[in-house]
Write a protein that binds this ligand. Structure first.
Ligand code: CDP
Length: 346
């Protein structure tokens, strides 16, 4: 372990790593890094490197551990043997058991466990490289991994710590500040500022405690923005990367064909409308009855005309017999008259 620095904050108000007292470390997030897990997140925060995998909700075995009205959250915080300068002995220890417990409790108020009675949600947080603030970093990563797993939550959880060095409160402690500082206050909170984790090492006055909480709140607000942005971009990437299955491509083809047909029909309708419009327009322009008659005649077929001619012939034919009959009748009359006269004459 490196020696205690003489000063943590220089004359310009900057810390050993060049940060302002209320500045958080750089954070990098990658989501969905473990394909087998339901949700996962790799997070770098300063020199911390954390990998979180979430499994579930899935049926809890053994069954006697199941909760009848809700899901059980299991949270395992583990430091890799190579994550710190001195090798960490594999397996749980007092520290990792404590961190696992408080981290699980940080999520219990937000995860909607009542939706999955009898189930378990497993969160595995592996610290690959540690540099102070690993529990807060793991909580930030776990929050994203739970969201990635699609587990309903009332809010994301964001976490950071405030400490005290050189008599000043500083946000998001680095290793030297954590190891040699006068206080360490890790906090986790929801979007609404509801505190779901609060621990404290060292001593703070009441005033300092209040101010430290305010600093944590601002730090968590910034972290939540980063978390949300990471999730948003993951979503956008997923949408771009969606592979369209073959059967869908077929149905897309069919849809295109149908669309063509519909489009063709629409075009025909439009053309018909246009020609109807033209007719109306030319009628209006002509504005005379003659034109209307001409137009109307134009609409007659050859058969109509032939029929009309035939009708005329019939009329002519019908007229003739009337004349003939009349004439004949007249002749008859004449005949009768002649006969009569003849008879009278006789
Ligand atoms: O990591 P966090 O601040 O949440 O927990 P901590 O117990 O305050 O540990 C602070 C830092 O001490 C860790 O982040 C590690 O860098 C270091 N540490 C270590 O070197 N060896 C351990 N067995 C435990 C912690």
């Amino acid at each position: 372990m490196s020696d205690k620095p003489e000063k943590f904050i220089d004359e310009n108000g900057l810390r050993l790593d060049g940060r302002q007292i209320n500045e958080i470390r750089q954070m990098k997030i990658k989501i969905g890094v473990i394909s087998r897990a339901d949700g996962s997140c790799y997070l770098e925060w300063g020199n911390n490197k954390i990998l979180v995998a979430v499994y579930g909700p899935r049926e809890l075995h053994p069954r006697r551990l199941q909760k009848a009205d809700s899901a059980l959250i299991r949270y395992r915080y583990n430091m890799a043997a190579f994550s710190v300068e001195d090798r960490i002995r594999p397996g749980p220890n007092r520290r990792s058991i404590e961190i696992s417990k408080v981290s699980r409790e940080a999520f219990e108020p937000v995860v909607m466990t009542h939706l999955y009675p009898g189930a378990v949600i497993d969160v595995f947080a592996e610290v690959l490289q540690a540099d102070a603030g690993t529990r807060t970093a793991a909580i930030n990563a776990a929050s994203i991994a739970l969201a990635d797993a699609g587990i309903p939550m009332k809010s994301l959880v964001s976490s950071c710590a405030v400490g005290k060095v050189d008599g000043q409160l500083v946000l998001d402690l680095n290793k030297a500040e954590d190891n040699y500082g006068d206080a360490d206050l890790p906090v986790a909170m929801t979007q609404d500022g509801e505190i779901t984790l609060l621990q404290m090492d060292g001593n703070l006055t009441q005033e300092e405690f209040k101010k430290a909480l305010e600093m944590c709140k601002e730090g968590c607000r910034q972290i939540m923005e980063i978390q949300k942005e990471a999730l948003r971009s993951k979503f956008a990437d997923d949408q771009l990367a969606i592979e369209v299955p073959d059967e869908m491509v077929e149905s897309i083809d069919i849809a295109v064909t149908l669309e063509d047909v519909v489009e063709e029909e629409r075009e025909t309708e439009v053309e018909a409308e246009a020609s109807a419009e033209e007719i109306t327009k030319s009628d209006a322009e002509a504005g005379s009855e003659d034109a209307e008659i001409e137009d109307a005649e134009d609409e007659y077929s050859v058969e109509d005309l032939e029929e009309a001619d035939a009708d005329e012939e019939i009329l002519e034919v019908e007229e003739e017999p009337v004349d003939l009959i009349d004439e004949e009748a007249g002749n008859e009359d004449e005949k009768v008259a002649t006969e009569g006269s003849e008879t009278r004459e006789q």
